[in-house]
Design a protein around this ligand. Sequence first.
Ligand code: F6R
Length: 610
Amino acid sequence: MSGIVAYIGKQEAKHLLLNGIKQLEHRGYDSAGISLFDGKDLLIAKKAGKIAELEKILEQKDISSNIGIAHIRWATHGAPNDINSHPHCDNSGNIAIVHNGIIENYSALKTKLSEEGFSFKSETDTEVLAVFIGALYNKVKNLDEAVRLALSEVDGTFGIAVISKYEPDKLILARRGSPMLIGIGDDEYIAASDASSIIQHTRQVIYLSDNEMAVLKKDSFYTKTIDNIATNNKVHLIEFDIEQIEKGGYEHFMLKEIHEQPNTFFETLRGRLLAEKGDVRLGGLLPVIDKIKNTKRIIITACGTSWHSGLVGEYFFETLAQIPVEVEYASEFSYRNPILDKNDLVFAISQSGETADTLAAIKEVKRKSAVALGIVNVVGSSIARATDAGVYIHAGPEVGIASTKAFTSQIAALLLIALHIGRMRNLSQVDGIKIAKAMLKIPDQMKSILDNTENIKEIAKLYSKTSNCLYLGRGINFPVALEGALKLKEISYIHAEGYPAAEMKHGPIALIDENMPVVFVAPQDEIYKKIISNIQEVKARKGKVIVIATEGDKRIKDYADHVITIPKTIDILTPLLSVLPLQLLSYYIAIERGCNVDNPRNLVKAVTVE
Ligand code: F6R
């Protein structure tokens, strides 16, 4: 997703900003740009393609500057080309802005400004905002006031950074629905849409709130609302380390993050799982614990991989806490007037904490006075702050675009919550202890899968040229099948579908022939016998069968072309293990196909537009 980095201070802004946007590269983008003020002029350089293209342009310009803004763009309005790239300027060329988000009323504003004689070079909503700010500046002759007045007439979402030749000692930032953090240094500020661009410089940050703006000078700053009311912000400390956002010897972030899962899973449990009591301590939920205890209904809302973990969570809540659950795509939820009341608990799951669809769902939940709870990875993110209470998954920064470690940590967090609610209700201590003990074995069991990847690499080689693939699972492993298919689609561009295994005979079975690989998630659980029948149905039609099976399952070899084993655990924990071979399979298939796994086409790390 688009990313912003901005700087004012005493250092050379050019390198600092370029390094800043490079930290955001892995999130996906199609163009990059920068604006710097050199004491005389406002320089703009922007280019479609990789940041390296932008660097080539900048190498030819000898510029020294202590203030600037930079951007990587993921196109929403207008094709990804040089002209549509950010920064955009007002008509005088003296005000430059970079923007994340979408200005929804840009078309009406553009018509109005065109009628007043203003012109536009690009197809973007951002340029409309820049021109609008310039038009207002002509009237009020004050940069922050012009920005403020423009933003108060804008519908939609924005994180923006603005600099100007008119008032070159000021960097202006604002946000609504798109993150903006201000890193506080020593007589300098580095602002960004993501903490990873700030952490090399300072750990002290302020998170701007929605409808808030900041005016930064080299040695001071103030914040206010877009309605012109002064605000005070708490300074937070960024807790993760720079090593956590580097590759650490792995070829790709995705592979590193897959291999981190024994640790990240444990981090989610750390200090929370009281194994001897068969219970859980979750400080983040204390403010709403009575509501949680007495709720009659839970709704889980999320997108993509997080939605899949929500489907696993449904089993946890229903099995352990006996509470009915509905799992909703966040992108659908807020648009269909959901029936909610103040006793309903809604869990929003999000790795980034910035997914616009999920944020919109939370707003709807709060509008209807239901309890909004977050299961989020990024501390201080918009979703974490918009919810009434929640549980951080503590998986550390996830850089690979395809989500992996967040999935298993989200499942861990859901399990902790369900176990806790279960124990507050009917779940016995004996059952609680049994689950907790099995959870503590998971990190070593994950390690044993990750230490034995040769078989998976071989299978990846054999199937790397396929055009289609089916993923089938049942019960709690049906969401794992969906997740396996999503991982394959995302990074290898192979068409893949996940289905409940028994649903196959109601249609998808028509697809089976000798060219169709079918991946079954079939651990030896309660419904093992049923899934064996489904495997036989595929085999009978000459499909190629790859099975994720439990270690020691001797029978499975008779039905499968390939078997990948996972250690034995209790039924409800199997997704924590069965998903690992699927993540690895898609990774190695994508590598065989020469795909860019950390930066798959058309995808971004956090989808901050609805
Ligand atoms: C898949 C993937 C996406 C995200 C989805 C939600 O690998 O990364 O499907 O899971 O965009 O993102 P978050 O969890 O950040 O809200």
